[in-house]
Ligand binder design. Structure first.
Ligand SMILES: *Cc1c(COP(=O)(O)O)cnc(C)c1O
Length: 475
């Protein structure tokens, strides 16, 4: 561009002039004067830079500058933690926040946020109550355990149990006996051996990676043993030449030596999942009945509640756990406790549970049902994405996620989106990026040259299509 064509910076509107445009006034109205002024100044600086670099043939109007400033502020105002459409096909997606709460739980949590609640206050006597009182009886009823307590998550539950049972009263470590095949890493730096070290417990590994026998445990249990730990190998499975000692058998071995058996179930479920056509996963009730003295499990995996961790089992051990000062540091706040109580109460009505609890409802959707949704949505999605893409219904497999039933997949259906022209991974990545920019971002999964929208977790179809209408694809 030659020098004569370059617009003069003297014609650049002033901040004041931009503020007085209709768009400028709306920006002040929405974000306040200081923020609007700063954003307009920054927008004008950018224009000035472009002019000096010779990138602009004409100056923007004051209204355009105001709009640009307002868009910047709009972006900055968006919540960082905001809703997304999870079309990955993973129902309990840890990176997308795991279980969706039931309406009953959402209402209870909202009510607890808005007002004072009888959190540690016994309304019957007017005396001090306990936080756990709101869910203790429910947990006992649903698991068959003698007593129960709740903490921040299952990692906290495991830490607290190990710290309580794995130390002598003078704080010196006792031993925790664990099979080598169960020394797992859950992800997010939760490794059993590290947790043990932090809990002040001495790890005693028994058996080999693929095989552990009853005699291995028998040989390892001695004077210094504080507990025997069984860990559900949630996120992987060893197949082939394997042997592990079932919980029931291990309980007999531990009890004969007066050592408690702790069973970390990981996900833990309160209902028999074979009812939903899934593989049978031991329920918490079964783990308790099999003789574990303590069972730990998560609130936001298969149970379908808020992030929490449960410790259920023998009353004397739960009492010792409750006396551990660490419990105070791991406790649950009123909001999650309210959501948890409401979630657990849904389990009292097994007939309506699947309809009311989103996690189970999503797991129960059949391929036939999802394929029908895919057919119904395909054209609407195609309209919103424009000519550049081909869309078809494909069969796919969803996952449960969060380490629950790792090898189990659910027959599902997806919309597969491919660039209409030749195979171009770049175009697909650009599409995925544009979907993440939507008012409610859409997160799918790229597989075999296609972007897949697995429809298992899509219930708000109208909201999804509304969000998709805002897509801005690069030319
Ligand atoms: C998921 C899991 C944990 C951790 O539970 P969080 O609730 O995520 O803290 C611990 N142990 C096992 C076996 C798990 O699967």
């Amino acid at each position: 561009m030659d020098a004569e064509a370059r617009p003069s910076l003297r014609d650049l509107p002033s901040v004041d002039l931009v503020l007085r445009t209709p768009a400028g006034e709306m920006t002040v109205e929405r974000f306040g004067r200081p923020a609007a002024t700063a954003a307009i100044r920054a927008a004008l600086d950018e224009v000035r830079g472009c002019v000096l670099a010779g990138h602009l043939a004409s100056l923007p109007t004051p209204d355009h500058v105001a709009l640009a400033a307002s868009e910047t502020l709009e972006r900055a105002a968006r919540a960082s933690l905001r809703p997304v459409f999870n079309l990955t096909g993973t129902v309990l997606h840890t990176n997308l926040g795991r279980a969706l709460l039931a309406e009953e739980a959402v209402e209870a949590a909202t009510a607890a946020m808005r007002s004072a609640v009888a959190l540690e206050f016994d309304l019957a006597t007017g005396k001090r109550g306990e936080r756990d009182d709101h869910v203790r009886d429910l947990l006992i009823e649903l698991t068959g355990a003698e007593d129960a307590t709740v903490v921040n998550n299952n990692a906290a539950a495991v830490l607290l149990v190990l710290n309580t049972l794995g130390q002598n009263s003078d704080g010196s470590p006792r031993e925790a006996v664990v099979s080598r095949g169960e020394l797992i890493e859950i992800g997010g730096a939760f490794r059993m051996p590290d947790i043990m070290a932090r809990a002040g417990v001495t790890l005693v590994e028994v058996g080999t990676t693929n095989r552990t026998h009853p005699k291995d445990y028998v040989g390892a249990i001695g004077e210094a043993t504080g507990l025997v730990l069984k860990v559900h190998t949630s996120n992987y499975r060893i197949e082939g030449f394997t042997r592990d000692v079932p919980a029931r058998e291990l309980a007999v071995i531990a009890h004969a030596r007066e050592v408690p058996l702790v069973n970390d179930l990981g996900s833990g479920t309160l209902v028999d999942l074979s009812r939903l056509g899934l593989a049978h996963e031991p329920t918490v009730r079964e783990a308790v009945a099999d003789g574990a003295d303590i069972v730990t499990f998560s609130g936001d995996k298969l149970l379908g509640g808020p992030q929490t961790g449960f410790i259920v089992g023998r009353a004397d051990l739960i009492a010792a756990i409750n006396k551990n000062p660490m419990k105070r540091a791991l406790r649950v706040d009123k909001v999650r406790l309210a959501a948890l109580e409401a979630t657990l109460k849904l389990y009292r009505d097994p007939e309506r549970l699947v309809a009311r609890l989103p996690t189970l409802r999503l797991l129960a959707r059949t391929r036939g049902e999802l394929a029908a949704r895919a057919h119904a949505l395909a054209e609407h999605v195609a309209t919103r994405l424009g000519d550049g893409f081909d869309i078809e219904m494909v069969e796919c497999a969803s996952q449960i996620g969060s380490g629950a039933l790792p090898l189990e997949t659910l027959p599902s259906a997806a919309l597969a989106i491919r660039p209409a022209l030749e195979a171009s991974g770049g175009r697909l990545n650009a599409l995925a990026a544009a979907l993440r920019e939507l008012p409610v971002p859409v997160v799918g999964r790229i597989a075999e040259g296609a972007l897949l929208f697995d429809l298992r977790c899509l219930e708000d179809e109208a909201g999804f299509l509304d969000s998709l209408a805002h897509i801005r694809l690069p030319a």
